[in-house]
Design a protein around this ligand. Structure first.
Ligand code: E4P
Length: 218
């Protein structure tokens, strides 16, 4: 399974990259706004900086909703760096744009996916990634992880190449459930990635090892 970090925060991206387990980054307009990045030039420069920090794919989301606007924005984003993946919403004009980008060899991430039908159209259009939002489904008492299971099963059955990128992950259990469901990628907050390490037996075991060593060597 690949790990992407879901943030536009450069310190967190660097920290995850330094861990040596990072495969990419996803951003969205809300995450960019959280970092106070505004104005087209600053936004494009921020994506370039992220690409310099990491080696893998970096999702950059369009804000246009009409076909021509999505194409113009996506082409500009893709020209920044070959690592850029154009993130496009799962709407009619978005699916059409994903098809266009796939014929041009531009990587795409179909975002705001909440149903198997949306994921089916994303794959048929040739999306590189599809992003089902599991946390937001859980928020409205729907089973987010179940959606990952359904999409993985459907893609395996038909042999689609689109990678299932589990998004809107809130905690470590989500990551482990996505592993069980067979997601190709999980995009997570840094806290959820580092949270995978937490175990009381690791902490108490380490404490004992270190104090026993100290007793014999002091
Ligand atoms: C990433 O691709 C998504 O935009 C992100 O995971 C959404 O997460 P949220 O539901 O916590 O905002």
């Amino acid at each position: 399974m690949k790990f992407f970090i879901d943030t536009a925060n450069l310190d967190q991206i660097k920290e995850a990259q330094d861990l040596g387990i990072l495969d990419g980054v996803t951003t969205n307009p809300s995450l960019m706004a959280k970092e106070g990045i505004k104005g087209e030039e600053n936004i494009l420069n921020h994506y370039k900086t992220i690409c310099d920090i990491v080696e893998g794919d970096v999702s950059a989301e369009v804000i246009s909703t009409d076909y021509e606007g999505i194409i113009a924005e996506g082409e500009k984003l893709a020209a920044l760096n070959p690592q850029i993946v154009v993130k496009v919403p799962a709407i009619k004009s978005g699916i059409k744009a994903i098809k266009y980008f796939s014929t041009k060899g531009i990587k795409t991430n179909c975002t705001l996916v909440f149903s198997p039908g949306q994921a089916l159209l994303a794959a048929k259009a040739g999306a590189t990634y599809v992003s089902p939002f599991i946390g937001r489904l859980d928020d409205i008492s729907s089973d987010g992880v179940e959606l990952i299971h359904k999409i993985v099963e459907m893609y395996n059955y038909y042999g689609y190449d689109t990678e299932v990128l589990a998004a809107s992950i809130r905690h470590t259990m989500h990551i482990l459930q996505c592993v069980e469901a067979g997601a190709d990628v999980a995009t997570c907050p840094l806290s959820a990635i580092v949270g995978l390490l937490k175990h009381p037996l690791t902490d108490s075991g380490l404490e004992t090892f270190l104090s026993d060593y100290k007793k014999l060597n002091s």
